[in-house]
Design a protein around this ligand. Structure first.
Ligand code: AHR
Length: 328
């Protein structure tokens, strides 16, 4: 009798241990951890540097919600690639079903994406692109044509200013990101075509409002004079506008401001005449990523690369209806 009781106790202990081990190591559908009814997605997000980024995170959270059948594990990398690499390794260890990566910079992803491939976890790249020789290391990409955005802004400058001499201040986004590389390349092409355009200042503002303000305050304190401010995102433009106004300079009149993203507040500033031209970069990727996952779940092959369609607005084309309809 005593022997039988010991045997039963041993069996119970083994079962408990097995259950514990399964739930620790594996977050995917087959696990015994409360995840079994969900598609588990690990999302490595760049950070929270801008309104664009926050709108992007929200869009992903709304689309990949539990109500829609997903468990989203969100990791904020605070604009640091090393943190993204660690996050992806954690996702692999947890055995997620999909990894979504919004990459900080283009380079340096080979090793960790090879690890995801070995673990047979599909990787969806969103927003910015990666530079990689072996494109079998990611399943597909969806995002913006950043060079096209830069070219679009330069076209507007060419139409607006004819052959007028221009002194240009250039606030860049975080260096090495596709958003920075494309928008900078667009401006550089314009500078090559227009010897009458002079780049009087170029600095990395990290896509943040605080840095945009700080840089413009510093250059105004140094007595730098300029006609055009080419800001690689809305938030740096907002910071620059505050710095200009504090110095008694009227944005839109004394200085022409060009920006990227076209969030609601930027559109309001276009309406108010403070920003002269804004090129859209659309952050609402959640439903697009969800549609890709649905196709993969159905064993279909989504297109390898998808560019999102984007518009642009100046003081003549902006309307209240456009502002009211803005989803970010
Ligand atoms: O990659 C998209 C860019 O990143 C947006 O233009 C910017 O606002 C964000 O931080």
């Amino acid at each position: 009798m005593k022997k039988r009781l010991t045997l039963i106790l041993c069996l119970l202990l083994c079962c408990a241990l097995c259950g514990l081990l399964t739930s620790c190591g594996n977050a995917n559908k087959g696990g015994n951890d409360g995840y079994e009814d969900f598609v588990v997605v690990g999302f490595s997000q760049v950070g929270a540097e801008s309104d664009w980024r926050n709108a992007n995170t929200k869009s992903m959270q709304e689309a990949l919600s539990e109500a829609n059948g997903y468990r989203l594990i969100l990791d904020d990398a605070q604009q640091k690639q090393e943190r993204q690499i660690t996050a992806i390794r954690n996702f692999i260890h947890q055995g997620v079903d999909y990894i979504v990566l919004a990459p900080t910079t283009e380079k340096g992803w080979e090793t960790v994406l090879a690890e995801a491939k070995t673990a047979k976890i599909p990787v969806i790249i969103v927003d910015r692109m990666i530079e990689i020789e072996d494109d079998s290391l990611f399943t597909c990409w969806i995002g913006s044509d950043f060079l096209g955005e830069g070219r679009n802004a330069v076209r507007w400058m060419e139409n607006h200013f004819d052959d007028q001499p221009l002194r240009i201040v250039h606030l860049q986004g975080n260096l090495g990101s596709s958003a920075q590389l494309g928008r900078t390349a667009g401006l550089e092409e314009g500078l090559e075509r227009h010897p009458e355009w002079e780049l009087v200042y170029q600095e990395n503002g990290d896509f943040t409002q605080a840095k945009g303000q700080e840089l413009v305050e510093a250059l105004l304190a140094d007595g730098v004079e300029f006609d055009v401010l080419y800001s690689e995102n809305d938030n740096m433009a907002y910071g620059a506008i505050d710095a200009l106004k504090n110095a008694g300079i009227t944005p839109g009149k004394d200085v022409t401001i060009i920006s990227f993203d076209a969030g609601r507040h930027a559109l309001e500033l276009v309406m108010a005449g403070e920003i002269s031209y804004v090129v859209e970069c659309n952050p609402l990727h959640g439903p697009r990523v969800e549609a890709i996952i649905q196709r993969l779940e159905a064993k279909q092959t989504p297109p390898k690369l998808t560019y999102v369609e984007e518009a642009s607005f100046d003081t003549e084309t902006i309307t209240q209806t456009i502002i009211d309809g803005r989803g970010y």
